[in-house]
Design a protein around this ligand. Structure first.
Ligand SMILES: [Zn+2]
Length: 393
């Protein structure tokens, strides 16, 4: 009787075990100023567990239900950021243990992601560096001679494991957006009374909400997000500029585009549970309408100057529900510089001369905004640090 039960039990165990062991395809590391991300690419969903060890500092991740060959794949990965070295071995028949040697005590965060776009199943390990303010993003000091510098948050779209759109010749949106963002930041820094803050200064992923937070931490006066558009019809081309809409989009294309750009968090791997959309929508209603008018002004000026160097896809500023434009108190625009899916425009986007032209056009729009629409800035630094409705006409 007992023996029968045992046989049945072991049969059950055999039957409930996953039919095929999962394969580790790759281990990728992205080192950003605030966090190092380790991504395990898998060909199926697996369970995982994480813990830390001290002396020396280590982070241990056990991947369950894995094939033994996965050890070899993990051992190929090299250290980056806070991770000095990666080692891996078989923990038991079905478990691969990966040990990360880290250079400081770190509390890891981990989560699983299901397939999205070009990515399959992933286990993501985020190793946050305990640092209150990010470094090396701002060149200029915040205050000179009692005057507050005008601060422009320049946001390079995508980054890290999220390449953004990819052109027919293989150009990645995340690369060209970063180059143009850097050029724009340099032009801004060269203006007296102005400084730029880059929300991302290298090839790593930054969540859409985090980008907005960075702008607010630096009390940015404007937020400019730089992207390249893409569509399945390769003949589509031209520059366009977007501002936020809370109710509906200007067109089907605008709606579709916002959905695609907002998916960056899914591709780039942000824990969905960490989003606080309720708070966001309350804040938006408080002061959005005033900064939306300013956003339209800025967007129109950028669009006009882009029209002098490139064809325009839309001759008026478009609206859609872009996550990254949701700072309630900062006028924000998203610039789709050109279509990376169009072979001619892809060439423009990778040409340094044209990258500079795009940056200069955006700069001209920003300057026009401060010369004509909001000429009273820069303001004298006051003790009042309240952000909402600050400096609005
Ligand atoms: Zn984009």
């Amino acid at each position: 009787m007992t023996r029968h039960l045992l046989v049945m039990l072991s049969l059950l165990v055999v039957m409930t075990r996953p039919a095929v062991a999962a394969e580790l395809r790759d281990v990728r590391l992205w080192a950003g100023p605030e966090s190092t991300r380790v991504v395990f690419d898998l060909d199926g969903a697996v369970q995982h567990s994480v813990f830390t060890l001290d002396n020396p500092h280590r982070i241990v991740i056990d991947l369950h239900g894995m094939s033994p060959e996965s050890v070899r794949v993990a051992n190929r990965a090299a250290g980056q950021g806070v991770v000095q070295r990666i080692r891996s071995g078989k923990r038991d028949e079905k478990t691969v243990r990966v040990v990360l040697d880290v250079n400081q005590p770190i509390t890891p965060r981990s989560f699983s992601l299901t397939p999205s776009d070009q990515f399959g199943h992933r286990v993501v390990l985020d190793l946050d560096v305990p640092l209150s303010m990010p470094t090396a993003r701002v060149q200029k000091p915040a205050v000179t001679l009692g005057e507050k510098l005008i601060t422009i948050a320049v946001d390079a779209g995508h980054g890290g494991e999220d390449p953004g759109a990819i052109g027919p010749a293989g150009t990645r949106e995340k690369d060209v957006s970063l180059v143009m963002a850097r050029r724009l930041a340099a032009l801004i820094d060269a203006q007296p009374g102005m400084r730029a803050v880059l929300t991302r200064s290298g090839d790593y992923s930054v969540g859409l909400q985090r980008r907005v937070e960075v702008a607010r931490e630096y009390q940015a006066d404007l937020f400019v997000s730089i992207h390249a558009n893409a569509f399945r019809k390769r003949e589509l081309r031209g520059s366009s500029v977007y501002v936020l809409s809370n109710r509906g989009a200007s067109s089907e294309h605008a709606r579709w585009l916002a959905r695609r750009e907002n998916a960056a968090d899914l591709v780039g791997g942000i824990e969905i549970a960490s989003k606080d959309s309720d708070l966001a929508s309350v804040l938006i209603d408080l002061s959005q309408s005033a900064s939306l008018e300013a956003s339209f002004d800025l967007g129109g000026r950028i669009l006009n100057s882009l029209g002098q160097i490139n064809r325009l896809q839309k001759t008026v500023v478009q609206q859609a529900g872009f996550m990254v434009l949701k700072a309630p108190d900062i006028p924000s625009v998203l610039v789709e510089t050109a279509f990376i899916s169009n072979p001619q425009e892809e060439r423009l986007l990778r040409d340094p001369k044209h990258q500079e032209r795009f940056a200069k056009s955006i700069m001209a729009g920003i300057r026009g905004y401060f010369d004509h629409y909001r000429p009273q800035m820069p303001v004298v630094q006051s003790a009042d640090s309240s952000l909402i409705m600050r400096d609005l006409p």
